[in-house]
Design a protein around this ligand. Sequence first.
Ligand SMILES: Cc1ncc(COP(=O)(O)O)c(C=O)c1O
Length: 496
Amino acid sequence: MDYSPHKMDQALAAFERDYPAYESTKILDDLRATEYARLDKQNQIYLDYTGGGLYAQSQLRQHMALLEEGVFGNPHSKNPTSLAMTHLVERARSFVLDYFNAPSDEYVAIFTPNASGALKLVGEAYPFAPGGRFLPVYDNHNSVNGIREFASAKGAEVTYMPTVLPELRLDAAALEAELNRTQPGSHNLLAYPAQSNFSGVQHPLDWIAKAQARNWDVLLDSAAFAPTNQLDLTVWKPDFVPLSFYKIFGYPTGVGCLLARKTALKKMQRPWFAGGTISITSVQGEGWHYLLENEAGFEDGTVNYLNLPAIEIGLRHIKDIGIDVIHERVTCLTGWLLEQMTSLKHSSGLPMVQIFGPANMQDRGGTIAFSVDDPQGVRLDYRWVEALANRANISLRTGCFCNPGTGEIVHLLTREEMAQAFNRPTGMTFDQFFDWARSKHDRNPSTMRISVGLATNFADVYKFISFLESFKDKPEAEIDEVEVEYTVYATQRDSA
Ligand SMILES: Cc1ncc(COP(=O)(O)O)c(C=O)c1O
């Protein structure tokens, strides 16, 4: 690939002319050279921020210093080392609430292992019952889709709202019609992502209040939204907000959170209790236990306490930069990427890239799903493109990103077709599913995804476009010769 510095400088100058707001995000170039210097030291082109954010080196140093100096015990006690830890855990908790502008008389922050853990807490305890409804959207992550198992087991009606091509947004009129359909006294849960982890679409936040006014509770999956957007809980009042912190600031993994409205928590029915979630129980009578109120009733066992101070450190880091600065940078770089990707053409005149989702920056974030086509319009097997990207040290994502609904829409897989994939006693691996889906439409159901974030710079996106340019005029058969390491997934594990 030709990364000639001269050509890149010219492209940068043109980019800066077209995106003057980029200038206001220069602090991120300084941080790239210091806090994130390891990217350039290793020539890594990291384009998977929706999969996981990157940490600044100072986050690690601060956290390690704290651990090296402190003596911390399990926060469930009243001894000095336990109290020292409790203090830091509660500081982290209130920092999280402050960061999201969540009034502390209205919201609680429940620490969980990740966003999926937060979603499971909602799924297993929401009072689904006959007469009630669960209304997910096609664009949900599998960890939201899984809630339907709890809903249908308890007799609630499950209805999916499809996303609509080409922009992969939801049909507002159809949603409104569904929202109007509830029974008095029933419990109803609408669940949608603030930002799609597939297409980057930002779904309207004003549905939250509209749904609540019609007797719905609202779960706003903010895992893919929060890393590059401010979620202001004084303005928007979803009942449940699941998050993973590593997606926002990279370190640590293993900690997420459920921001929950106290009023919504009151109606939850936990299916079990654990250490830490009750005031007392007895082994001599079934059902004898008192669940603690608010977050304490939902944090099973010992929280990941040594890592919780790192949440405050990470959020401070984002606050110091300014989420608006990160948002601006991501907006500029994504806008440029979309322009470049949509203008790439083979000599045959056919486009080299197909974007799945909005091709401009209207109501979308920094995640782009796409496929690469050959000069005859043959969609390339994503495994070849991925193998070539790996050689160029480009970290991108492939597969369905744990968002099968939007994948089914973009690859035109109907319900009848999908039904055939689920009648096999032995199940199917993702690769088998890919080959099977290809046979349905005689076309590779390939999707790749790039996503930009706080440490992305112009050189990253420029190099990625140069990588795509290398496919110009290359027939499928030529690319077919690329050696691919086929990964055998037992399930749709290409998550995140
Ligand atoms: C929108 C969305 N929701 C939920 C999740 C699940 O997050 P985790 O795997 O951290 O539990 C992800 C992961 O990528 C996501 O993108």
